[in-house]
Design a protein around this ligand. Structure first.
Ligand code: ATP
Length: 494
């Protein structure tokens, strides 16, 4: 992860927000390459969703009527139980608090630790002579470290330890903490002017369901897609872009007739998996995780997460939920306005079920970036090998599609290269580079994930051909200048 964070800053993918002031926790800024990658992810999603006849787009406002969040259950339920360390005053989710536990069978100790191991923590556990520390991103199966006692899973908690200051048994009882950011509309900051920064984009779709349906004359089943910012006052904002306080969601809510919901749920589950795989995530590094019936959200009939295997473990990048008629019924109840759909053919009036696909644009960004990062041996001009960092992003996601180089800065090569740049620029994001040895220029583009580098050399002066070097294979082929745009378009369409 450290390498990805450092490359992100060095090459302008992601910067810490307000860095010159020491940063703002849980917020990140996308730099010149990052913003292109993020836009490309969103464009691919938007195309997959709305370039079909049964889905319409929408862009709802971030601030909504506060009753929306009462109806959705966010005011009452969008809470995390939190514990406070009385010593250092830091706040944690209870399941992230390290615990010394003891096997009730053989009395061996072990420590269940989720965050990083630091000196304060090691110091606190040293008296137990514990050498067996479990590091896990999420709650983990427990088994006894003693080989003669294997499979023993009965433990008692000896003590809890603050992961930041190492103080033992210093936690307050769990308290509920609402994750929504609250603010005020107008000049008076009182309870009557409270509004929330939306914690999900979905509600903007639900409240507009009938508006969109009437305006577009869609019939069930149909969907509404939206990409937009969401805000959650997350407590634990670790792991770079994985859990941030401001992030972007790509959500599509598909409205169906009750009874056809299971079929559509399965359809969208498969579609969403295909989307990630088609954009380059290896199938073996993504999995479905079904929510256990007792862990399902109160509104959901069934739910699967699409998870990616991040360097720190499996993490959700998208949720696919069968939300039943919960949301529309709640808005009907709270607003007093009918949210029912009238079926012209059967003359029935009913509340549709909703199948939700809710992907994080920023979490997907991180998955695509992490997955693309490679360190490889590459041959140098004098036949030796050197390490290259290359981002093997799917060409459609790559921030820059084509780089153009004159081999040397003379003999008319820069002029031809500039003409090629002008030829390509209306079609694709292109980058012109004439500084340093051509091998260095290739390396710089490898790090940026640029799939095709076009070089003007002495042969170009003879026959109007250039070399096109493929980022992944490092093979070069010669094509005529007039073919460059068509060649690139063909590759991107694959
Ligand atoms: P988690 O359990 O990881 O908090 P969630 O189940 O609350 O996620 P949803 O409410 O289903 O997430 O949101 C849908 C998607 O929005 C997630 O799959 C994720 O990609 C993205 N997302 C949610 N919270 C965050 C966050 N704090 N930072 C970045 N992306 C997020």
């Amino acid at each position: 992860m450290d390498k990805i964070v450092s490359l992100s800053k060095r090459r302008g993918f992601v910067f810490q927000s307000s860095e010159i002031y020491g940063g703002l926790n849980g917020c990140w800024d996308y730099g010149p390459l990052g913003v292109e990658l993020l836009r490309n992810i969103k464009d691919q999603w938007w195309q997959a969703m709305t370039y079909r006849e049964d889905i319409e787009g929408i862009d709802a406002s971030i601030l909504m009527h506060p009753r929306v969040w009462e109806a959705s259950g966010h005011v009452a339920n969008f809470t995390d139980p939190m514990v406070d360390c009385k010593q250092c005053k830091h706040r944690f989710r209870p399941e992230l608090v390290p615990r010394v536990i003891q096997c009730t069978n053989c009395n061996k100790y072990r420590v269940k630790i989720i965050p990083e191991v630091n000196d304060a923590l090691l110091n606190a556990i040293s008296m137990y002579g514990v050498d067996d520390v479990i590091k896990a991103f999420a709650a983990d199966e427990m088994y006894c470290p003693n080989p003669n006692c294997e499979k023993q899973t009965d433990f008692k908690i000896i003590e809890t330890i603050c992961p930041d200051c190492g103080t033992k048994n210093s936690f307050s009882p769990p308290r509920k903490f609402n994750l929504m950011f609250k603010t005020f509309v107008g000049p008076v900051e009182d309870e009557g002017s409270v509004v929330y920064l939306r914690p999900e984009t979905a509600q903007g779709i639900y409240v507009n369901f009938l508006n969109v349906q009437a305006a577009s004359r869609q019939k069930l089943p149909f969907g509404i897609a939206q990409i937009g910012k969401a805000f959650r006052n997350e407590i634990n904002t670790k792991n770079f872009l994985f859990r941030t306080r401001e992030f972007e969601q790509m959500e599509m809510q598909f409205f169906v007739k009750p009874g056809s919901d299971v079929e559509w749920f399965n359809y969208w589950k498969e579609e969403r998996m295909k989307w990630f795989v088609n954009l380059g995530l290896p199938r073996e590094k993504i999995q479905f995780h079904q929510h256990e019936p007792d862990k399902l959200a109160h509104y959901a009939k069934d739910a699967f997460d699409v998870e990616y295997q991040f360097p720190f473990g499996w993490g959700e990048i998208e949720g696919i939920h069968n939300r039943t008629d919960y949301d529309l019924s709640k808005h009907e109840e709270f607003s007093g306005k009918s949210m029912k759909y009238f079926d012209e053919e059967t003359k029935e009036r009913f509340t549709p079920y909703i199948i939700e696909t809710s992907a994080g644009a920023s979490r997907s960004f991180m998955a695509f970036l992490v997955d693309a990062y490679r360190e490889e041996d590459a041959p140098t001009a004098d036949g030796k090998a050197e390490m290259r960092v290359v981002l093997k992003l799917h060409p459609r996601l790559a921030p820059i599609k084509v780089a153009v180089f004159p081999l040397v800065n003379r003999d008319g090569m820069p002029e031809i290269a500039r003409k090629i740049e002008a030829l390509v620029r209306p079609h694709f994001r292109v980058f012109y580079d004439d500084s340093g040895a051509v091998g260095r220029r290739y390396r710089r583009q490898d790090e940026a994930g640029t799939p095709y580098c076009v070089t003007v050399d002495s042969q170009t002066l003879q026959d109007n051909t250039v070399t096109v070097r493929d980022r992944d294979t490092m093979q070069q082929e010669r094509i005529v200048i007039d073919e460059i745009v068509r060649y690139t378009a063909g590759k991107l369409a694959q």
